[in-house]
Structure formats: structure tokens, C-alpha cells
Design a binder for this molecule. Structure first.
Ligand code: ZN
Length: 352
């Protein structure tokens, strides 16, 4: 993908979970203190016949870490003789490890027999730690670090999609307490599903019919653009469902970050940083959002057009958009801000 290839080190944690360390420098530190093992997770899925979608139950997730004080952050580097975090090294650049409280697991047991269809929740849940620093966001990371993140996403996509049974891989980042963040250390997650979730199913069906996103980019003009680079554009989609929703897409259709040229990887990394910087500048406060990466589910590589989507919950500096009756019960979104106007406002922000 990129011209320079980062280093990757695999460390198997004391409880058997895999930890991948990605770096522009080779990682050679000796492990420090390992976190205590937990009993194996036992998630399962149940079919919702009216919505035609899977609902997954992972009772062990009730125990997960909730807003720990900074000195007990499980994503900070673990010092020798110190509190045992998830990354048993005194330093790292980017780290990915299997979640201790997964909703999908490669060895999930057979599901219970119930009055509805059930399935084993066999997949995986990984945590992607952007930086050893406890505070910060995508805008504050160096461009080299963001490019390393893009490389790590591409590498995880390839490895997870190669697994039997994995149908779709979904990386995302929840940022801010407004979207339920319980750990403030900059990080994202990567879910590998044994099925294609409904949103990705609908997108894949659209792309099978034609290059919908490439056509949109051609027709859209500049009114929706927030920021752009030669190979990549950040824009408010004309059909945005959230105020200040932004998508980042390569100008040519490609299935996922693993197919990026070095220029596309750099442009994508730069636009991630610039979008978050514009968000933070918009109301002069850290801007909460859900960021998700949408790459081709297995078998859809020929037609799918990769892109990232940001869903911010803020309507104004203080007011949240709640998903209420119409959105929750009907899946039909109502908006008061027009995408043309929010795009112009984001364009006018001087990114910090
Ligand atoms: Zn931390």
C-alpha cells in the first residue's frame, strides 16, 4: 500500500489474546506486567424476524471497564511494576489487541436452543489504540501516525477477511461521552462479523447495480465539499442524516484501504485529521462523533466503493440530536439543517 512498509510485531498475551504492534520503528521492548485472564466469552446471536437482522448477546460485556481514572487507563503503556493495562510494554506506536469483552469471538460456543433462530457469534472484536498518549484525537496526531493507523486498518481488514466465516469487517471510533465513550484514551474498534450487517448489505446491493458513489462525486460539484486532496474528498452528503455528517471517499472506486496507493493512504490520513480539526473548530470545543469505515464485505470487492462516515450527534454547541420516535421506530430521519449549509459552515472553519 504505502511506499514505506511499517513494522509489525505479534505478541501473544498471558491470556492467549493476540496483540499486534505497528510502528515505523521496529518494536523490541520486553513485556512488563500482563493483565489477569478472564473466563472465555460466550456470546451468541438471535434472529429478529421482523427487522430481518441479527441481535447479539454478550452478557460478559456488563463487566467491562467504565470510565476509569487516568492512572488506571487500560490503554496506556504498562510500566514495569505498575498497573497492568492491556498493552504490556512501556512504549509503542499503534497497538491492536483482541477485546477482553468481545461481542464476537472466534471460539464462541454453540448458541442456546430458543423459540427463535440462533447462531454462534463467531467473529472477532479488536481494539485499535492510536497512540501511547492518554489524551488527544485524530487531529492532534502527526500525519506519520495517521498514515500508520491507515496501514494498521488495511492490515487488519486483510487478515480478518481471510478468516473462514468472517463476512464483513467494520472499523469504527466513538469519540466523546455524548456517544457513550467509556475510555478517553484515543482508540477505535474493529468488528469482524459472521454476517453482513444491514447497512453494509444495502450499500453492497446498490454498488452491484452501479457506481453510485463515483457518480455522486461527479455530479456533486463543490457545494458539498468540506476539504479535498488530489485523490480524496471530504464532503457532507446531500442526503446527510446527521447535522455536520461528513464522508471521506477516494475519487476512484476501490474496495478498501488495502487497495490504496501511497498517495491515497496519505490523502485519506490527512483528510481524517483535517475533518476532525474542522469539527473541533466549529463550536470551539472537542466535537463528539462516531466514525466508521465502510469497505467491501467478502465477495463484494469488484463493485464496492470504500468510504468513511462521520456521524456527529451535535446540532449546536450544546444541543444534541436525539434519535426519537420517527428515527427509532421507522428508520426515517428528519433533519432541520440542510447539508449545503452545514458543508459551507465546515468549509469556513479554520482548522486548528
Ligand atoms: Zn490512557
Amino acid at each position: 500500500m504505502t511506499a514505506a512498509k511499517p513494522h509489525r510485531r505479534l505478541h501473544v498475551k498471558a491470556d492467549g489474546r493476540k496483540l499486534h504492534l505497528y510502528g515505523w520503528q521496529p518494536h523490541t521492548l520486553a513485556p512488563t506486567v500482563e493483565i489477569e485472564p478472564l473466563p472465555p466469552p460466550d456470546p451468541h446471536s438471535r434472529w429478529h424476524p421482523l427487522r430481518r437482522e441479527w441481535v447479539t448477546y454478550a452478557a460478559n460485556r456488563q463487566e467491562r471497564t467504565f470510565k476509569p481514572p487516568a492512572e488506571y487507563c487500560p490503554l496506556c503503556p504498562t510500566q514495569a511494576g505498575g498497573f497492568a493495562g492491556e498493552i504490556p510494554f512501556e512504549d509503542f506506536e499503534v497497538a491492536v489487541f483482541e477485546n477482553r469483552f468481545p461481542a464476537f469471538h472466534p471460539q464462541a460456543p454453540e448458541p442456546p436452543v430458543l423459540p427463535v433462530e440462533t447462531a454462534p457469534a463467531r467473529g472477532s472484536c479488536e481494539v485499535l489504540v492510536f497512540t501511547p498518549a492518554h489524551r488527544g484525537d485524530l487531529a492532534g496526531l502527526s500525519q506519520a501516525r495517521r498514515e500508520l493507523l491507515v496501514y494498521a486498518w488495511a492490515d487488519r481488514y486483510v487478515e480478518l477477511l481471510e478468516r473462514d466465516g468472517v463476512q464483513c469487517v467494520l472499523p469504527f471510533e466513538n469519540k466523546g461521552e455524548e456517544v457513550g465513550v467509556t475510555l478517553h484514551h484515543p482508540h477505535g474498534q474493529i468488528y469482524a462479523f459472521p454476517f453482513v450487517p444491514p447497512v453494509q448489505q444495502a450499500a453492497a446491493a446498490t454498488f452491484r447495480e452501479g457506481p453510485a458513489l463515483a457518480r455522486l462525486l461527479d455530479r456533486m460539484g463543490d457545494a458539498y465539499t468540506v476539504a479535498a486532496r488530489d485523490s480524496m474528498v471530504a464532503f457532507v452528503p446531500p442526503f446527510a442524516r446527521f447535522p455536520y455528517e461528513v464522508w471521506i471517499a477516494p475519487r476512484r472506486p476501490l474496495p478498501g484501504p488495502w487497495a490504496f496507493t501511497a498517495e491515497e493512504a496519505a490523502d485519506f490520513a490527512a483528510l481524517l485529521g483535517e475533518t476532525v480539526a474542522r469539527y473541533d473548530g466549529l463550536f470551539d470545543r472537542p466535537f463528539p462523533y462516531i466514525l466508521s469505515l465502510h469497505a467491501a464485505p467478502k465477495g463484494e470487492e469488484r463493485t464496492f466503493h470504500f468510504h468513511a462516515q462521520f456521524y456527529p450527534p451535535l446540532r449546536t454547541a450544546e444541543k444534541l440530536k436525539y434519535l426519537a420516535g420517527v428515527e427509532q421506530a421507522g428508520g426515517a430521519f428528519l433533519m432541520d439543517a440542510l447539508p449545503e449549509e452545514t458543508a459551507a459552515r465546515l468549509r469556513a472553519v479554520a482548522p486548528r
